[in-house]
Design a binder for this molecule. Structure first.
Ligand code: FMN
Length: 292
């Protein structure tokens, strides 16, 4: 099936201007109520920027399936992402059988959204195909998984993953990325039958949303958009202070996190947690990556 959403979205973009957030929210609800779950019948395509601006992670899904055609359309659209030297250093493994999702969920902190998802997509960095290319031409490499090729494959994965996510959101699907896929990579390898030079990077749960959220604020643009040269630390500290205030107000407004820790403090916990995810480095090396 052709990715018709792309063509109709392009037409939509050509004739539309951006709307305020309240209008976008109304559109989102409207689209939810009237969506048909098919690409061709959906008359509520939004511009790409509207889709991106209204992104929220969705962690509760209805039990409605995603058709094979729609999944294929999303993945096909996703693979239109730019890719370094046309290398396409990624593989996407879709898992829809509940028993298979259950096995994988058990390796990903048993997150409920994996069980509820209509499709759980596993995005892997993959140089195995290139190894086969080399074999085809009788070329042997000692360092196929060097740091440069590892970074290149990870960037390719991130691009295709976000492309699939945006395509999914453009048709009203909800999605949640799953970094916990890197918790137990050796077990994931066994479950998925991953060959050498393939490393699971992140999962993406897809499904029809069963919850509505306000968008989580992002850092002030100045914190991430530096002009001409890197900002000095005093500027950055002001942005961090500002964002601590913004996130505290957001958490209050959502009635979540009663102790409402500052974002900057939450990031210290995130850094601690990342330091504890040690298997993935060893695993990547064992898979042939990042050996020097
Ligand atoms: C690579 C990646 C991995 C993620 N892993 C998880 C996860 O395992 N569980 C989860 O609930 N959310 C996960 N998230 C979602 C983030 O928590 C979420 O994007 C972030 O808090 C910002 O919220 P928002 O997407 O609603 O704006 C992940 C996001 C990314 C990009």
């Amino acid at each position: 099936m052709r990715p018709t959403v792309i063509a109709s979205e392009a037409r939509y973009l050509a004739g539309n201007t951006l709307q305020p957030a309240s209008q976008r929210h109304a559109n989102r609800l409207n689209r939810h109520e009237s969506r048909s779950h098919t690409m061709t019948d959906n008359n509520h395509h939004r511009s790409t920027i509207e889709v991106m601006e209204s992104h929220v992670t969705v962690r509760r899904f209805t039990d409605e399936p995603i058709t094979h055609d729609l999944l294929e359309t999303l993945i096909q659209a996703g693979t239109r992402a730019s890719t370094s030297s046309n290398m396409q250093g990624y593989t996407i493994i879709s898992v829809t059988v509940p028993e298979h999702k259950k096995r994988l969920a058990a390796l990903c902190a048993d997150q409920q959204q994996i069980h509820e998802s209509a499709a759980f997509l596993l995005f892997c960095a993959d140089l195995h195909r290139l190894e086969l290319c080399a074999q085809k031409h009788d070329v042997a490499y000692d360092d196929l998984g060097n740091t440069e090729s590892f970074i290149t494959a990870i960037v390719d994965v991130a691009l295709v993953m976000e492309n699939v996510a945006v395509a999914a959101e453009s048709v009203g699907l909800g999605m949640c990325m799953i970094g916990s896929l890197r918790n137990f990579p050796f077990d994931v390898r066994e479950v998925l039958g991953l060959p050498r030079y393939v490393v699971p990077v992140s999962g993406v749960c897809l499904g029809w949303p069963a919850e509505e959220h306000d968008s989580k604020p992002r850092l002030p643009l100045d914190a991430v958009w530096h002009r001409e040269r890197y900002r000095d630390d005093e500027d950055l500290k002001r942005s961090i202070d500002a964002y601590d205030g913004i996130m505290a107000a957001f958490n209050d407004s959502q009635g979540r996190h009663p102790d409402n820790p500052r974002w900057s403090k939450v990031m210290c916990d995130v850094l601690d947690k990342m330091a504890q995810r040690t298997e993935i480095g060893r695993f990547a090396q064992e898979q042939g990556f990042n050996s020097q």
